[in-house]
Design a protein around this ligand. Structure first.
Ligand code: ACO
Length: 588
């Protein structure tokens, strides 16, 4: 680094390499001791005792968050060689309940150092003592900053010990995660600007709705030396544990149940607090979804003087997501809530927006490996494949748990997350008969004229009047190659009045269209349209897509909130359907 730039930026470089390599405080001096200290990873093992557990005998999430923060801090300090503070934590999903008697293993290491901040990756695994079975509890990513010296920020040395393929992958993904992290507030602000359109979705209409006000919780803590870290600041993990306590009380007040903490939304430690501060935790349920609810917690800090003057420092806000208790999770849904103030309305809408961003982040970052999704096409399995195509779309459309993601006149976007599968639904209200919409949408060769995700679409084979194979090419995104798909389109007219018209799509492999080196062959598992009469001259067109890794790049920006491609494509589809000439319909 140019030495002048550190002066210009008010940063100092870390040069204390000996300390970083563990020579400072290395008591052993043995080869074994040295190699331990050179290891980039820091590891903690804990036997879960009753004092770590909640009333149900499960490890308390607050305790786990404390351990996560301690170990992440130790990894950060190992890299920086200086005291470090937690700046933020990405979304954490708790996948497994840990019981008293089991063993928790937590590993943390710095994935990448940026300028003054670094990403620490943390993996938590539980081991059952009796069976030896290991299960993943959660993966977390924290951002740490070396504690500034006065106003001077510390520039960190880069991570240079990337040995395994996983190290390299985490290093590369760290910058992608940082992009989403730093974009989080902008994404939220942008989506909140359109949130008034969601007001009509629900509030206060049903008498059964519960007022969020009844879940309000306020709780105070005095920061004592055991709550502080080794530099006198309140430990981030301790603050998280207190937040979890207040949030759990709020969630349980909703309707007398013991909810289970499922995930913590990405949040930032806005400012420090220290021994002697009084921390006031204010928690309230912001909104409920079908199987989850969001509690917001605000943390205000006061030193002695601020306390008497009533002047708070807002040091933290976090959003915690609860499910119904795990034994009932499959069947129990939360009652819907209503707000009674303008502030309550803001929180209610913000929870919908956060859910949308969280879902997007989760699926964009999951880099899920999929087996082949296409099925080989041949004459002998044609009837089976067509049936399967139509049936899969019917099942997808009939799923419970569709939740509104965005709403505008004539167009509504819904998401559905079941286990790790994300599906989208785009509902369009069109002034055209359902029969006309059916003919136009089932002719995929017309789709490039209204869908900018299609560069071209050519008929490969006409199986019969209602089943055709198409080769679709799509534009490149994210500097990847353009993608192509080979799909089977199966269309069905309703058997009886009131049923929907169906246009189903799924990937197949055909010898006549082998993969082309200029394209990334991608797959669609289940997609298509359901079209239903709304009145004599209008219909509702619902487009569905079960998101695969091949489809995700085209909708990722939309999910995360920086693009409106789905709404724009829907708008273009409506325009196409409403303005198409009779000629095109006859041509089909
Ligand atoms: C180990 C513990 O338990 S510590 C206790 C809990 N944590 C705390 O008390 C920390 C309280 N927070 C703070 O003191 C401050 O907010 C600090 C020191 C973390 C950051 O100070 P700020 O002036 O807000 O940060 P600034 O804007 O200079 O950014 C500093 C770095 O953090 C990064 N950053 C800022 N916001 C975020 C965010 N939301 N997520 C991740 N990184 C972020 C910046 O990109 C920058 O990194 P870079 O230099 O590598 O580009």
């Amino acid at each position: 680094m140019n030495p002048d730039s550190s002066v210009l930026n008010g940063t100092v470089d870390i040069v204390n390499e000996g300390h970083l390599n563990g020579t400072a405080g290395d008591s052993s001096g043995t080869e074994e001791g040295k190699s331990f200290n050179m290891m980039p990873e820091v590891e903690m093992c804990q036997s879960v005792l009753p004092c770590h557990a909640n009333h149900k005998g499960g490890l308390s999430a607050g305790q786990l968050l404390k351990w996560i923060d301690i170990i992440a801090c130790l990894a950060a300090e190992k890299h920086a060689g200086l005291p470090c503070v937690t700046a933020s934590i990405d979304d954490i999903q708790f996948e497994e309940t840990v019981r008293v008697g089991q063993i928790i293993n937590i590993k943390a290491k710095v994935n990448r150092a940026f300028n003054t901040s670094m990403e620490v990756g943390i993996r938590v695994v539980v081991q059952d003592v009796l069976t030896g079975v290991l299960k993943r509890v959660c993966v977390a990513y924290s951002t740490f900053v070396a504690k500034p010296v006065g106003t001077q920020k510390i520039r960190l040395k880069p991570v240079d010990c990337l040995t395994t393929a996983e190290d390299h992958l985490e290093y590369a993904l760290a910058s992608e995660r940082r992009r989403l992290r730093l974009y989080n507030e902008d994404a939220f602000t942008k989506l909140m600007q359109d949130s008034h359109l969601l007001k009509g979705v629900a509030n206060g209409k049903e008498s059964s709705q519960i007022s969020t006000e009844r879940t309000r919780v306020q709780s105070i803590e005095l920061v004592l030396p055991p709550h502080a870290n080794h530099h006198g600041n309140t430990f981030g993990g301790q603050i998280m544990a207190w937040m979890e306590n207040a949030a759990t009380v709020a969630a349980s007040r909703l309707y007398g149940t013991y909810p289970t903490l499922k995930s913590v939304d990405m949040f930032k430690f806005r400012g420090p607090s220290s021994v002697g501060d009084r921390l006031v935790f204010k928690a309230i349920v912001n909104n409920t979804f079908q199987k989850s609810l969001e509690v917001g917690v605000r943390v205000e800090a006061y030193d002695c003087e601020e306390w008497t003057r009533g002047k708070a420092r807002h040091i933290n806000s976090a959003f915690l997501i609860y499910n119904a208790s795990s034994d009932k999770a499959q069947t129990q849904t939360f009652p819907s809530v209503k707000y009674t103030s303008k502030d309550g309305q803001r929180r209610y809408l913000a929870a919908i927006v956060r859910k949308r961003i969280r879902l997007a982040r989760k699926h964009i970052l999951s880099s899920k490996e999929e087996g082949p999704l296409s099925v080989p096409w041949d004459k002998s399995n044609q009837a089976y494949l067509s049936y399967n195509n139509v049936a899969a779309l019917t099942v997808l459309a009939g799923k419970h748990g569709w939740e509104v993601n965005s709403s505008q006149p004539k167009i509504r976007v819904y998401m559905n997350e079941e286990l790790d599968t994300l599906s989208v639904q785009v509902e369009m209200h069109v002034t055209v008969s359902s029969l006309q919409a059916f003919f136009l949408l089932s002719d995929l060769s017309l789709r490039p004229s209204w869908d900018r995700h299609y560069s071209s679409c050519e008929e490969v084979q006409v199986v019969n009047e209602d089943d055709k194979l198409y080769h679709i090419t799509c534009p490149a995104v994210n500097k990847d190659k353009p993608r192509d798909f080979v799909v089977l389109m199966s269309r069905r007219q309703p058997c009886k009045e009131g049923d929907s018209y169906i246009v189903a799509l799924r990937s197949v492999t055909v010898a006549s269209v082998p993969p082309d080196p200029d394209y990334m062959r991608s797959e669609v598992l289940c997609a298509g349209f359901l079209i239903k009469d709304a009145s004599r001259a209008t219909c509702k067109v619902s487009y569905y897509n079960q998101v695969t890794s091949g489809v995700l790049p085209y909708i990722a920006g939309n999910l995360a909130g920086w693009s409106k491609s789905m709404e724009e494509t829907a708008s273009s589809c409506i325009e196409f359907l409403e303005n198409v000439t009779d000629q095109k319909i006859c041509a089909f």
